[in-house]
Design a protein around this ligand. Sequence first.
Ligand SMILES: [Zn+2]
Length: 147
Amino acid sequence: MTPLPRKQVAIIVAHPDDETLWAGGTILSHPSWECFIVCLCRGSDLERAPRFKQTLVLLHAEGIMGDLDDGPEQTPIPDFDLQYAILQLLPTTHFDLVITHHPAGEYTRHLRHEETSRAVIELWLAGKITATTLWLLPKNTNWLPKN
Ligand SMILES: [Zn+2]
């Protein structure tokens, strides 16, 4: 009997660590998934880029980093530039599942998360990312401190 083909999963996040914070448990609890993680920022960050590579090993995933602006000003990135960067980094293949940020970000508001979410959704709706299913990370306000 031939084994079932492994589920092809892409995780598209703005920053290193986002994949671990919001999808690490999900990735590790699905060892049959073949995961590819796209991290859009910090590719030239001498501290965070090597840690991202180590994380890929721990998550048994493949992945790649981009180097989009992530400065303290958080200047908005034009939709076209973000979509172009995603398409450059993401392998051209059909994914069973794509996971990305929530359009309103997660428990802390972060412009890059919101922009990434919007870009992935638009690419998916336009058929430029082909995936059977798109999951958006939960906007979990329960994690906010109560004060
Ligand atoms: Zn982030």
